[in-house]
Design a protein around this ligand. Structure first.
Ligand code: T3D
Length: 260
């Protein structure tokens, strides 16, 4: 990784910070690759049991860096840039079997909004806004937004925010169920750390499997999902953390999960 994306190891979890604050952390290919490398490293680190994603400065991420898109110099094939940079990133966020907490510290626009909303638990500072900015420049929402956001808030609200580009405040996002919680600006990182620390002491295999089950539900019938829960519960029931969880309950003490 490099200084465009900062990585800090905490106790059992990793904090990944987008770090081009003067450009509101807008995505360049290098920053996107650095973020993907940081996510892979966290995923492969056996001591990492949760991830926080946040941004440096007053913004979370303003989406694609438009400074790199000068129509006068010719437009690249945007399908290709989506396939190379944005689709792999949001696929990775969903594929990693660890809780990914997004701490949206400020404005999240375009792909920046949809990358945030692709994370598992989204906290946002009350001053933060989510902007489906694409319509303002003649594009369509990407980074999974038409799928993720539609499922989170329904077609009526999804179409309206995507077609108008109106900023959605953190508190409205919470009311709509688009994010988990809007928190006071000064509390955002404390809240994110306390969530991540809790996750990092949790039954990591079970949490990862829970993420996969919820994500699979969109494509499954109810019956198929019940079968999947059965098979997944069989797997969870074989983990040392399940044995520890039940033993601790019966012994009336807190569980000491190892993440296995
Ligand atoms: O191209 C492809 O590969 C296709 C994929 C597309 C994915 C996408 O994400 S498309 C959507 C791209 N993003 C946008 O359209 C959002 C553009 N930004 C804004 O609308 C505003 O900046 C915000 C609403 C996000 C924030 O407004 P405000 O007033 O708080 O800040 P600002 O003054 O506009 O921005 C501060 C600086 O960041 C400024 O730089 P300067 O003038 O001080 O040197 C601004 O130009 C820069 N900045 C903000 N967003 C971007 C950006 N620079 C490059 N790209 C950006 N996206």
């Amino acid at each position: 990784s490099d200084d465009r994306v900062l990585v800090e190891n905490s106790d059992g979890y990793v904090v990944i910070t987008l770090n081009r604050p003067d450009k509101l952390n807008a995505f360049t290919p290098i920053q996107n690759n650095s973020l993907m490398e940081a996510l892979d490293a966290a995923d492969e680190n056996p001591d990492c049991r949760a991830i926080i994603l946040t941004g440096a400065g007053r913004g979370f991420c303003a989406g694609q860096d438009l400074g790199e898109r000068n129509p006068a110099e010719g437009t690249p094939d945007l399908g290709q840039t989506i396939e190379t940079y944005f689709n792999p990133l949001v696929r990775k966020l969903r594929a990693i079997q660890l809780p990914i907490i997004c701490a949206v510290n400020g404005v999240a626009a375009g792909a920046g909004a949809n990358v945030a909303l692709a994370c598992d638990i989204v906290l946002a500072a009350k001053s933060a806004k989510f902007i489906q900015a694409f319509s303002k420049i003649g594009l369509v929402p990407d980074s999974g937004g038409t799928w993720t956001v539609t499922r989170l808030i329904g077609e009526a609200r999804a179409k309206a925010i995507m077609m108008t580009g109106v900023p959605v405040t953190a508190e409205t996002a919470e009311q709509w169920g688009m994010i988990w919680r809007a928190v006071d600006d000064g509390e955002l990182m404390n809240e994110a750390h306390s969530l991540a620390a809790g996750m990092a002491k949790g039954a990591t295999v079970g949490l990862g499997l829970t993420k996969m089950l919820v994500q699979a539900s969109g494509a499954n019938s109810f019956d198929r999902q019940l079968d999947l829960e059965r098979d997944t519960q069989r797997e969870a029931g074989r983990t040392p953390d399940y044995a520890e969880g039940v033993t601790a309950f019966l012994e009336k003490r807190p569980a000491a999960f190892t993440g296995r």
